[in-house]
Write a protein that binds this ligand. Structure first.
Ligand code: FAD
Length: 477
């Protein structure tokens, strides 16, 4: 790619204007930049904390040359055709809420914004699915379904910000329902436009197992837009449970809480299960104890039986029941914008570190990570919770508050990744790789990334789509 892209961009802009496709130049956007309001994101870059730190420190943040706001699948085909012809690079975006730089527009790329493709197309309650355009926000879909007595089990904290397509792109995960809480658990099939402009249906529209195509089941999950633009998705929905019962216990240690989660998961993946370390519990509830919170649901008799079994199990592990914690947790779960404002106005920054580990490793990961991060100069606060459980282990999610310094940002990540590797944990759970984890991803995912790059090269030989980790392919290597 040549450095000066202005000639190609001019031809691209002319071409799209002639086709009546709406676009904004970045100069029109610059006055609108606000980075401390997560409820209404007004910045032409994603929510990667490194972007925010750089912006607030007066440093350059990579921005797209233009933002194209497409309305239909056909628009996408046209934009990609014009981009290929004129040598312009494209980054698909929707909520811009990813926190790993998965939409970093290196090399004057153009944002292709799918957020106007947000219609709910079909709802089939008997067969329990809904078909939507990929730009629909998770919260909007959830509210629409709940009004009809149905719900989604994929419930990320960012449900107000994140779209369905962006969730597939980053392999999103929600805290609710350890059983069907990940985006890949609920997708039945999807429609995509490949970088070459071909419209494909991925999966079968007739098979309730979901995407079971030979050899390519998971290809678009976590692809960060690299294989093309997702336009339409069929998602599993479930009936709202008749009864939900809250269970909350204070535990003697984080290890004990992990053991409780491990045993509960063997027989009864609940609606919600979350361990909060004593630092997080102190912030949320003013309680300096590690806690485990659980929600079970279903018809009353079943929910009550599950709750009784779980309460006995946690009591045997030395837990003490605590009232009202879950209510309190729900109340503050979506207050991230306020927290963000508070941290930024104090001259600080924050980030969240998502990792995953087998059961035996999880407590060790927690202890080492918190210990190492707390001892770093410039770090004010570090606390964790574990959620997103599986039969074999779970995710650890650590929030860290620190001095707003781009160099410190990278030191924190270097430290965190080295702890994960040393204790035998995985460096990622649900925020995906992006540009953030690029330099470490090959150590853990070498085989998968080799395959992913071969596929990327075949689908997009001109590197028209440049988003995320796959957009960083060096084709000549
Ligand atoms: C406060 C906060 C809380 C969060 N909580 C969670 C959480 O609980 N769970 C979780 O998993 N994540 C969470 N995140 C991260 C973020 O919300 C997710 O990564 C989300 O799935 C991104 O969706 P988006 O629509 O904003 O995508 P974007 O940020 O716009 O894009 C993300 C990636 O997907 C690609 N993409 C977007 N749309 C399409 C499309 N139609 N087709 C192909 N590729 C596309 C982009 O190119 C990019 O690589 C949180 C973020 C914040 C700021």
């Amino acid at each position: 790619m040549k450095e000066d892209k202005s000639v190609e961009l001019d031809a691209f802009v002319k071409d799209l204007s002639a086709k009546g496709i709406a676009m904004e130049s970045i100069d029109e956007y610059l006055e609108e930049i606000v980075v401390d309001d997560y409820d209404s994101w007004k910045a032409p870059f994603d929510m990667w904390p490194y972007n925010i730190i750089r912006y607030m420190s007066g440093l350059e943040v990579e921005k797209p040359a233009y933002i194209v706001r497409i309305e239909s699948e056909n628009d996408i085909v046209e934009v990609l055709a014009s981009a290929r012809e004129n040598g312009v690079c494209i980054i698909p975006v929707c909520g811009l809420s990813n926190v790993v730089g998965a939409t970093l527009p290196s090399g004057k790329c153009v944002f292709l914004d799918v957020s106007r493709m947000n219609r709910i197309l079909e709802f089939d309650p008997e067969n329990r699915y809904v078909v939507v355009e990929a730009g629909v926000k998770i919260r909007e879909l959830l509210e629409w379904l709940e009004a009809k007595g149905y719900t989604l089990t994929y419930r990320p904290q960012s449900e107000k910000l994140a779209c369905v397509g962006g969730s597939i792109g980053t392999l999103g995960s929600g805290a609710l329902s350890p059983r069907l809480g990940n985006i890949e658990d609920i997708v039945l099939w999807m429609e995509v436009v490949t970088p070459a402009g071909e419209v494909l249906t991925i999966g079968s529209k007739r098979n309730p197992r979901g995407i079971i195509q030979p050899g390519i089941n998971m290809v678009y999950f976590g692809s960060e837009g690299g294989y093309g633009v997702i336009t339409k998705v069929a998602l599993r929905v479930v009936e709202k449970p008749e009864t939900v019962i809250d269970i909350a216990f204070a535990m003697e240690s984080f290890e004990r809480a992990v053991e409780a989660a491990r045993r509960i998961y063997s027989w009864e993946p609940p609606l919600l299960m979350r361990i909060q370390d004593k630092r997080e519990a102190q912030l949320h509830y003013g309680l300096e104890k590690d806690v485990v919170i659980v929600q079970v649901g279903g018809p009353s008799r079943i929910a009550e039986a599950k709750a009784a079994w779980i309460r006995d199990l946690i009591t045997q592990l030395g837990g003490t029941p605590r009232e009202g914690l879950i209510e309190e947790w729900w109340k503050t779960r979506y207050n991230y914008s306020e927290s963000m404002k508070m941290v930024l106005s104090a001259g600080l920054a924050f980030d969240t570190i998502d990792m995953a580990a087998y059961w035996r490793v999880l407590p060790r990961l927690h202890k080492r990570l918190i210990g190492e991060l707390e001892s770093m100069s410039g770090v004010s606060l570090a606390f964790s919770h574990a959620s997103h459980f599986y039969i074999n282990g779970g995710a650890l999610y650590t929030t860290i508050v620190f001095e707003r310094d781009p160099d410190l940002y990278w030191k924190i990540w270097e430290k965190a990744i080295s702890v994960a590797i040393n204790v035998g944990a995985s460096i990622v759970h649900h925020h995906n790789i992006g540009v953030l984890r690029e330099k470490w991803a090959f150590e853990e995912f070498e085989g998968s990334l080799k395959l992913a790059y071969l596929l990327k090269k075949a689908l997009d030989p001109g590197a028209t789509i440049r988003s995320g980790i796959l957009g960083r392919v060096r084709f000549d290597e």
